[in-house]
Structures are given as C-alpha cells and as structure tokens.
Design a protein around this ligand. Sequence first.
Ligand code: FNR
Length: 179
Amino acid sequence: MTTILGISGSLRKASFNTGLLRAAAGMMPEGATLEFGSIEGVPLYNGDDEAANGTPEAVARLRAQLEAADGLLLSTPEYNNGIPGVFKNAIDWMASGKGADAFKGKPVAVIGASPMAFGTVLAQDAWWPVLRTLGTRPWYEGRLMVGKAREKFDETGELKDADTQERLASFVEGFVAAI
Ligand code: FNR
C-alpha cells in the first residue's frame, strides 16, 4: 500500500484547500491511500519553548505521519502572493532538529486552490525552495492550480466541479505512479 500524507495549509472549516485534499482522498488509485495531517494546534515556533519543553504533540503527530508515509502532498492556500504563515510555521516545526530527516528523499507534490484567477501559482512556486532545502524529491510533472474556487466548491468546501475533479484524479494518479 502506498500512503500519501496530505497536509492542508488552512485552518478554515470550509477551506477550499482542505476540500481539495478530501476530494483527492476519494479518488486515490487502487493500492494507494491518502492520510490527513492537520496543522491544527501547532504553536508558533519558538526555540526557547522547544529547548524547555521538547516537541509539541501536534508536531510530533505530524512527524510520525510523515515518517510512515511514502509521499507528501501539500495543499496550499496563497496569502499575499506567498505561503500562509500558519502553514510555513507547521512545516518549520516539523523540520526542526532531527525532524528534518523525515523530509529527506521524500517524494512531494504541491496543489492549491484560491478564489482568484491564478489559483495559488505563486504560493506553489514559493514552496519549492523550502522543499529543496529540506531535501525532498519534488514531483514536477503535474500541476494543479484551482482558480475561481468559489465556483468550484460548495459552501462546506466540497469540490463539485467535474473538470477539476478530473484534473485532480489525473494529478494523484501521476504522483502515485511516480512514487
Ligand atoms: C488571501 N487570499 C489570496 N488569494 C490569492 O489567490 N492570492 C493572494 O495573494 C491572496 N492573499 C490573501 C491574503 C490574506 C491575508 C487572506 C486571508 C486571503 C484569498 C485566499 O485565497 C482565500 O481566503 C482562500 O479561501 C484561502 O484558502 P482556504 O482557507 O479556502 O483553503
């Protein structure tokens, strides 16, 4: 079984990016599964707190999920043409100290959704230097920018758009095949 850890960079209940991951989980090819990793409860990184108290539970859980996974799929929102702070903070926490080892050589792909036309292209591009620094194995063959998300998801964050569903299915199939 191929296990992909999917992490959404949004804390919003009806998040488009979390909805995109849920949709991906429902269309995984046979022999593959997508497990959700949540950034909920990850505190702001503070080296003093880490030295005094060690790794917070929410971070330890994400690290364990990453270690056990065969690949990593980030579903990123875009804030001010970049990576949302809460998402970068969670990955920084995960990669702190020995945590960085779990990223090394791990196949990774990035997708994202936003209500604007360009659908997170700049946030996705901003992730690559970070993921390169962590020593991941980037999967560049597929690209999935979901723009105009309000027309494609319902008010609870479920992906309804058939064309996007098709593109997402082809994306996850390609990523799983590459792994
Ligand atoms: C945004 N949003 C946004 N969208 C975009 O495509 N490009 C951008 O630069 C920004 N900038 C931005 C800044 C801030 C502070 C916020 C709060 C929002 C809109 C953003 O894409 C939208 O809120 C999405 O719904 C966020 O993703 P989730 O929470 O739906 O997954």
